[in-house]
Ligand binder design. Structure first.
Ligand code: ADP
Length: 497
């Protein structure tokens, strides 16, 4: 009898479990994997099973001090500061190749630690390699300017790195978040102290191991798993940190800003959202509906740019609501490694309870529950797709970021009404419009106040497209040319000739 070889998903899961089982998971400081000074560790769980995956060293103030010192030393060292732009390009390309060669393993670790389905994790890990390649191309294009003068002077600017960058990332798509932060900072010549989220930090550790294998000078990247109020706050407050880049909730983003005043370090923030996804009656409804469901169910709605407010023109509201609900019902929840699973669990019991409280608030406020609302029977922090229709934009479920697979369908009359309601939010990260009318499409994207817009699609990304928020969705931009400014500073020079 021949035994069938394991499927690619089973093989990736076995590889990930083998890596997770290699104890211990430590802090990366100055090129060495070390225990926390306190010796403390914390647990990381599999959200699909609620079982312990492993324990991880817990960074606190003393570890932050050591990592910041290592990052400073690496920043000053000629091995990094005097590296030619082309060598830096090659360094980032080596990282890209390394990441690409480990996509199945990174994806499987992410699925186990975060709970996202393997298909989603694979797409995220695949995007990481392209992000490193995108920034590899920038290394030789971080340009200063020459400024016109009367000929008796030469005036020019230099764009220089900021120095030591503290980077705090969330748990929702950790491998992607860590890749964006590393690649952007390194291409501009900075060094990094990254604090992954306590709820899902394993791919940040594995990614750092892979990066170490590419011979990046020690201390250029440092990784400190730990908790927000201790390790995160210590990094945000640290006098030796030149910039803090934070991705997470708006409430914590505001705290990071307050902490960063200690030395007025530069701050960029990528925060929450309540994105409007506007569907006019003339749209290609098949595509609009499938995409609307994908954007609120993808990663169980734990995506800052998710289209959680679906504005539908009155004449097609009922039809679209019904079709969205039946499409969302096909999003089968279950084992993240099963081929037919589309929806994974939420990250934690706390997050599940929070999402449930919003589902309760939606029902109490009189919105019509079209789909969902049934408790999950079994282990794992699952919440099945939940659709409310005839929602009023002022309701709590339409105003607050839920970070779960919960959609508010809101009717609108015409173009002006769609824009008015779409902009009635404290957030402004992303938005989309669906219509076959080209003029209307462009007028509406111009009028919507958000940092990333789509016409007849939602959620697609390219590293060359800037990403960031209007209003309380953040400060600064990631990706694109704008992100180079966010990791450099200008020095202007006058020469008397
Ligand atoms: P979420 O609500 O999505 O968990 P958070 O904003 O709480 O997002 O967390 C995002 C990241 O911010 C995590 O790495 C977390 O540890 C960190 N964090 C939480 N609180 C603080 C804080 N007071 N200072 C700095 N970082 C923090």
């Amino acid at each position: 009898m021949t035994v069938a070889p394991p499927s690619p998903a089973e093989a990736a899961r076995a590889q990930a479990i083998a890596w997770i089982g290699q104890a211990p998971k430590r802090l990366l400081i100055g090129g060495q994997w070390v225990d926390a000074v306190s010796g403390k560790t914390f647990e990381t769980l599999n959200p699909a099973t609620e079982q312990l995956l492993c324990r991880v060293a817990e960074a606190e103030q003393a570890d932050v001090d050591a990592a910041v010192a290592a990052a400073r030393k690496a920043f000053e060292a000629p091995s990094w500061s005097a590296m030619s732009p082309h060598s830096r390009t090659r360094a980032l390309l080596r990282i890209a190749d390394k990441v690409e060669a480990h996509i199945p393993e990174l994806a499987a670790i992410e699925s186990l630690d975060n709970g996202m389905p393997l298909w989603y994790a694979t797409a995220a890990a695949t995007a990481c390699a392209d992000i490193f390649r995108y920034y590899a191309g920038w290394c030789s294009k971080v340009l200063g300017t020459t400024i016109p003068s009367d000929g008796s002077t030469l005036i020019y600017t230099l764009r220089e790195p900021l120095g030591v960058c503290g980077q705090i990332i969330p748990w929702n798509v950790p491998v992607l978040m860590a890749s964006i932060k590393f690649a952007n900072a390194l291409c501009c010549g900075n060094t990094v102290v990254l604090k992954p989220a306590e709820l899902a930090c394993l791919t940040s550790i594995r990614l750092a191991e892979l990066i170490q294998e590419t011979d990046l000078p020690p201390g250029v990247i440092n990784v400190l798993p730990g908790f927000g109020p201790t390790a995160g706050a210590a990094l945000a407050q640290h006098l030796g940190v030149d910039k803090i880049a934070f991705t997470g909730s708006t409430a914590v983003g505001k705290q990071v800003v307050r902490d960063a005043t200690s030395n007025l370090k530069k701050v960029t923030l990528e925060l929450g959202s309540k994105a409007p996804n506007v569907v006019f009656a003339d749209a290609d409804l098949d595509k609009a509906i499938a995409t609307a469901v994908k954007t609120f169910c993808g990663n169980s709605g734990q995506v800052c740019s998710a289209g959680t407010r679906l504005f539908v023109q009155e004449s097609i509201h009922d039809e679209v609501a019904e079709r969205v609900a039946s499409e969302a019902a096909t999003w089968k929840a279950g084992d993240p490694f099963a081929a037919d699973t589309k929806l994974g669990p939420l990250i934690s019991a706390r997050q599940r309870d929070r999402v449930w409280s919003y589902i309760g608030a939606g029902q109490e406020s009189g919105a019509a529950l079209r789909l969902g609302g049934k408790a999950w029977n079994g282990p794992g922090y699952f919440v099945e797709p939940t659709v409310f229709d005839n929602v009023k934009n002022g309701m709590k479920i339409a105003q607050e970021e839920i970070f779960g697979p919960v959609l508010s369908i809101i009717p609108f009359k015409d173009e002006d009404d769609a824009v008015l309601q779409g902009n009635e939010t404290t957030y402004g990260l992303s938005a989309a419009v669906w219509t076959r009318d080209v003029s209307r499409a462009h007028k509406v994207v111009k009028a919507l106040k958000a940092g990333r817009l789509w016409i007849n699609t939602f959620g697609e990304a390219d590293p060359a497209m800037a990403f960031g928020g209007y209003k309380q969705s953040g400060w600064g931009r990631e990706f694109g040319a704008e992100s180079i400014e966010a990791y450099t500073q200008a020095k202007s020079v006058m020469v008397r000739l």
